[in-house]
Design a protein around this ligand. Structure first.
Ligand code: NAD
Length: 435
C-alpha cells in the first residue's frame, strides 16, 4: 500500500520548468493600491460621510465617565464651589446624590434607568442595622442585609420583604462572601454584654475574621467600607470627655476584652487595609445608643430599665448608680453613619450624644416616662464596668456637620411605645425611628 502511494505521487508530479522567472517587485504598490481603490468610484466621499455621521451620534449621546456602580468616588471639592447656598446646607449624602445625578454613570444604553448604589449592611437585621437599612432604602439604594440572626430578627426588616431593592442573606461573616457592591456598612457583632459574653471566642472571631472577610470583599470589588467600632475602645477612660486621639485604658484579658479588644483589632485591620491596600475606609466609634427594636432583655441599661418599668419590676442599678453614660437616639446615629460614609474623612469619629446622665438620673427619666412608682434595686457592679463615658464630638461637628438632635426625654417615649407593643403582644412590627 505504501509503495503504491509513492508510485502514484511520482506519476502526478508537475514538470519543473527551467524557464520560470518571478514578476518584478514594485516597491510602492502597498501604498498606492489602497489609495487608488479609495479614489475609484467616489469611495472616499462615502468614507468621509460615515465619519461625519458617527461624530454627530457620539456628540449627541449623553456622555459621562465610568459607571459609579463599582467605582464610587468621593464628592470633589470643586463641585461644592459651584453649588447653591441651599445645597450647602443639605446633608453630605444628599449632595452626593445630587452630584451623582448631575455627573454620574457610564454610557448606559438608551432605555435603561440609572440605579442607586448597591450596599451591603452586615448585621442589618439588628437594632442599629435595621434602622440604617430603612434610611438607605428610602434614599433609593439597593440593600443586601447579611446576618446570622444571633441577636438580629427578621421582624426588624420584614417590612422590606417583596421590595426588589432589598435582599436578605443568612450568612455568618466569619465565612467569606463575594458580592458586587459599592459600599459595605460592617455592623455584624453582638453589641450587648449579655450577648458578647455568651460565647467570647465567637465574639472575637466575628470581630477579627469577620472584619477581615469584609475588608477582603471591599478590596476585591473596590467598595467603600465603614466599620462600626465602639466607645469601648477607650476602656475605663482616664480622659474625660473622650477625644478620638485618646488611646484608651483597656484591660486586654478581662471578661469584656473579647468585645473591646476585638473592636480595637478591627480598627487596626481597617487602617492597615486602607494604608496597605488602598481600600477606602471609614471608622465610627459609637457611644450608647437606644431606640425601638433594641433586644428587650439584652442587659443594656436603657432597655433593662424600660422593660422593668413596663413589667412593674424594680429598676436594677449596678454599683452606686453614679457611673455616667451618654445616650444617643438611633436616628441620630444613622444620620451620622451615613454622613461619615458619604464624606471624605476616614475617621475615627465619635458618634454619640454628649448629654451625660448618671444611672440614677436615667432611672428617674424612666420613672417620669413610664411609672413614677417604679422602685430602684441596687446590685453589685459588674467587672470592668467603665465609670464615665461621654463623647467629645467636636471632630464630627466640624468635619461631618453632624450633631445629635434628639434628647433623652424626646427619644425615650418612642422606645417605650415599641417595647410596650412587643412585651404585651400588642404586635405591630416595623416600628421606625422617626421623631
Ligand atoms: N447599640 C449601641 O449602643 C452600640 C454601641 C457601640 C457600638 N455598636 C456597634 O454597632 C453595631 C450594631 O449594634 P446593635 O446595637 O445594632 O447590635 P445588635 O446585636 O442589635 O446587632 C448586631 C447584628 O449583627 C448580627 N451578627 C452578629 N454576629 C454575626 C456574625 N458572625 N455574622 C453575621 N451577623 C452577625 C446579629 O444577628 C445582629 O443582627 C455593632 O457592631 C456594635 O458593636 C453599637
Amino acid at each position: 500500500m505504501g509503495s503504491e502511494l509513492i508510485f502514484r505521487g511520482q506519476d502526478e508530479a508537475q514538470p519543473i520548468s527551467d524557464t520560470y522567472s518571478p514578476k518584478p517587485h514594485k516597491p510602492w504598490s502597498t501604498v498606492t493600491r489602497p489609495i487608488q481603490y479609495l479614489l475609484r468610484e467616489q469611495r472616499l466621499v462615502f468614507v468621509l460621510v460615515g465619519i461625519a455621521i458617527a461624530t454627530v451620534i457620539f456628540t449627541l449621546m449623553p456622555s459621562s465617565r465610568t459607571s459609579y456602580t463599582h467605582n464610587y468616588e468621593p464628592i470633589p471639592v470643586s463641585y461644592f464651589n459651584h453649588e447653591s447656598t441651599q445645597m450647602q446646607h443639605r446633608p453630605i449624602y444628599e449632595r452626593a446624590n445630587a452630584f451623582r445625578m448631575v455627573n454620574s454613570g457610564g454610557k448606559i444604553p438608551l432605555g435603561i434607568k440609572r440605579k442607586g448604589l448597591r450596599i451591603v449592611v452586615t448585621g442589618g437585621a439588628g437594632f442599629v442595622g435595621s434602622h440604617l437599612v430603612d434610611r438607605l432604602i428610602a434614599r433609593g439604594d439597593s440593600v443586601i442585609v447579611v446576618d446570622n440572626f444571633f441577636t438580629g430578627r427578621k421582624e426588624n426588616v420584614m417590612h422590606h420583604f417583596g421590595n426588589p431593592r432589598f435582599e436578605l442573606i443568612r450568612h455568618d461573616v466569619v465565612e467569606p462572601l463575594l458580592l458586587e457592591v459599592d459600599q459595605i456598612y460592617h455592623l455584624a457583632c453582638p453589641a450587648s454584654p449579655v450577648h458578647y459574653k455568651f460565647n467570647p471566642v465567637k465574639t472575637i472571631k466575628t470581630n477579627v475574621v469577620g472584619t477581615l472577610n469584609m475588608l477582603g470583599l471591599a478590596k476585591r470589588v473596590g467598595a467603600r467600607f465603614l466599620l462600626t467600632s465602639t466607645s469601648e475602645v477607650y476602656g475605663d477612660p482616664l480622659q474625660h470627655p473622650q477625644v478620638e486621639t485618646y488611646w484608651g485604658n483597656v484591660n486586654p484579658i478581662g471578661v469584656r476584652s473579647c468585645y473591646d479588644e476585638g473592636k480595637r483589632t478591627a480598627e487596626t485591620l481597617t487602617m492597615d487595609y486602607h494604608r496597605g491596600a488602598g481600600v477606602e475606609v471609614r471608622i465610627a466609634r459609637i457611644f450608647n445608643t437606644y431606640g425601638p427594636r433594641m433586644c428587650i432583655d439584652d442587659g443594656r441599661v436603657v432597655s433593662n430599665f424600660v422593660a422593668q418599668a413596663l413589667r412593674k419590676e424594680p429598676l436594677t442599678v449596678y454599683g452606686d448608680g453614679k457611673q455616667t453614660r451618654s445616650f444617643q437616639y438611633v436616628s441620630d446615629l444613622v444620620e451620622g453613619l451615613m454622613r461619615l460614609m458619604e464624606g471624605e474623612h476616614v475617621g475615627p469619629f465619635n458618634l454619640g450624644n454628649p448629654g451625660e446622665f448618671t444611672m440614677l438620673e436615667l432611672a428617674k427619666v424612666v420613672q417620669e416616662t413610664i411609672d413614677p412608682d417604679a422602685k430602684i434595686e441596687y446590685r453589685a457592679n459588674t467587672e470592668d464596668d467603665p465609670h464615665k463615658r461621654k463623647p467629645d464630638i467636636t471632630k464630627a461637628k466640624d468635619l461631618l456637620g453632624w450633631q445629635p438632635k434628639v434628647d433623652l426625654r424626646k427619644g425615650l417615649p418612642l422606645m417605650v411605645t415599641d417595647f410596650r407593643q412587643r412585651i404585651f403582644g400588642d404586635h405591630k412590627e416595623g416600628v421606625t425611628s422617626s421623631v
